[in-house]
Design a protein around this ligand. Structure first.
Ligand code: SF4
Ligand code: SF4
Length: 441
């Protein structure tokens, strides 16, 4: 079978060799865990505990009655020290439950449902995914139980497990596939049962041949296809993956379910497996701590709520002249003003760059070279969108399809004028949302 790909995209330096051979190690618990009540797309949770309460690992500590939300559980046993606003990775303060671990690791997980998808009701699996607070762990953080409940008029025929991990530097998914491949495959079979799909495809970029081999071997008793995709950014974006594997195009403004597909990250699949088989809610995740400003880059199994500073310390501390702290990868990650922010359900990596690793040139006018147009994977005109955004002509941007932008950053990466195209696009989208909300009012 050939290697699947898509039109457009870029080839940034991948720098995955800093951590791709580093096994996952459990991170030590710091003095306090800070668990934000908003870690997902949708309504934030309200705390269900009070200051002074003793909590156990897996205990519910936050929930919401809104449809689009995901409950939050205590990552360890200990005492609730404070409930207050704390710094959040999206650079604002958010109500957070602060827990002081007691080192006892007392657990209150849900009842295990078994490890044979054939013997578990699809509804029970779906309910468990909801109760466990699982969200898209590739960074999207959309509540998974909603993604797995498409409306009846959108029949799904294919589940794609996304193991591309196309962001440079990040290797958390790579290590999960190598070290927890059984969980990934079992999770995929559980998700397929919920969606009632026969076809499961696991897609992995061809720069991870060991993971491809491992998952091929683990999948062989089942009807699961494991395919290699080209190593190209943003191969792991849902729309690119669907086009590359199935030659189906998600319509403008649409979702994968509009073309009969659900895409789920491999880490999410492993979390589904744990929730169903072991009754374990989503309280920890694998995080790559990397970059040239980290002494000993590695992959850590981190409880939700561990501050970045603690993980960096466990990775040997800062090396050299620290310039930038990014949560996520260099292309789509979010720059952090401090290392006080905690790991959340969607935090796949912490990237620390030395000052010399990146340029901070002022941007210049567009020279109409069209480099950005050639790499845009969704065939937009990034140059035009950046000019419109700079001129604040918000409504005009809508006509140029600004809402179809997947914010991959490929355009900004190739721009010789160093134009902050994604920043202009994000601002335009936010303004358009504001305008729509005002109109509704
Ligand atoms: S316009 Fe959007 S989708 Fe196109 S390359 Fe730029 S960030 Fe990616
Ligand atoms: S790459 Fe930069 S300079 Fe070239 S057309 Fe696009 S926005 Fe303009």
């Amino acid at each position: 079978m050939g290697v699947f790909s898509f039109k457009g995209g870029v080839h940034p330096p991948y720098n995955k060799d800093l951590t791709n051979s580093k096994s996952i190690v459990p991170a030590n618990l710091p003095k306090e865990l800070v668990i934000p009540m908003s870690q997902h797309i949708g309504a934030p949770c309200e705390p269900t505990v009070a200051v002074g309460d003793n909590v156990k690992e897996g205990q519910l500590i936050g929930k919401s009655t809104s449809f689009v939300s995901a409950p939050i559980h205590s990552p360890t046993s200990g005492k609730v020290k404070k409930i207050e606003e704390r710094l959040h990775p999206l650079s604002k303060k958010v109500l957070s439950v602060v827990i002081e671990p007691d080192g006892e690791n007392e657990k209150v997980y849900m009842e295990p449902l078994g490890d044979d998808p054939a013997k578990i009701d699809a509804e029970k699996i779906l309910e468990r995914v909801k109760e466990a607070g699982i969200v898209g762990m590739g960074g999207a953080t959309f509540p998974t139980h909603i993604k797995f409940s498409p409306p009846k008029d959108k029949p799904i025929d294919t589940l794609i497990l996304n193991g591309c991990e196309c962001e440079p530097y990040l290797t958390a998914d790579h290590r999960i596939m190598l070290e927890r491949g059984n969980d990934v495959v079992l999770g995929a079979r559980m998700i397929a049962k919920v969606l009632k799909v026969k076809r499961i495809i696991i897609a992995i970029e061809n720069n991870k041949p060991d993971a491809i081999e491992e998952l091929k071997s683990l999948s062989s008793p089942y009807d699961i296809e494991v395919v290699a995709t080209a190593t190209k950014y943003p191969q792991g974006a849902e729309k690119m993956l669907i086009k590359a594997l199935l030659d189906r195009e998600v319509p403008s403004g649409g979702l994968p379910m509009d073309v009969g597909v659900v895409v789920s990250n491999v880490g999410t699949s492993a979390a589904v497996c744990e929730a169903v088989r072991d009754g374990k809610p989503l309280i920890e995740r694998v995080v790559t701590v990397t970059g040239n400003a980290v002494k000993k880059p590695g992959n850590f199994l981190s409880k939700i709520g561990i501050p970045i500073a603690s993980l960096v310390e466990q990775a040997g501390g800062v090396e050299g002249n620290l310039g930038k702290i990014i949560m996520g990868g260099p292309m789509m990650g979010i720059s952090q003003p401090s290392m006080d922010v905690p790991i959340m359900k969607g935090s796949s990596g912490i990237l620390l760059l030395q000052k010399e690793d990146y340029m901070t040139l002022d941007f210049r006018a567009c020279i109409k070279c069209s480099f950005c147009v050639r790499v845009c994977p969704v065939h937009l005109l990034p140059s035009t969108l950046s000019i419109i955004g700079e001129a604040k002509k918000w409504e005009l941007a809508e006509k140029y399809g600004v809402n179809d932008c997947i914010e991959c950053g490929s355009c900004a990466y190739v721009c010789p004028s160093k134009r902050p195209i994604v920043h202009f696009i994000k601002t335009t989208k936010a303004k358009l949302r504001e305008i729509k909300a005002m109109e509704k009012k």
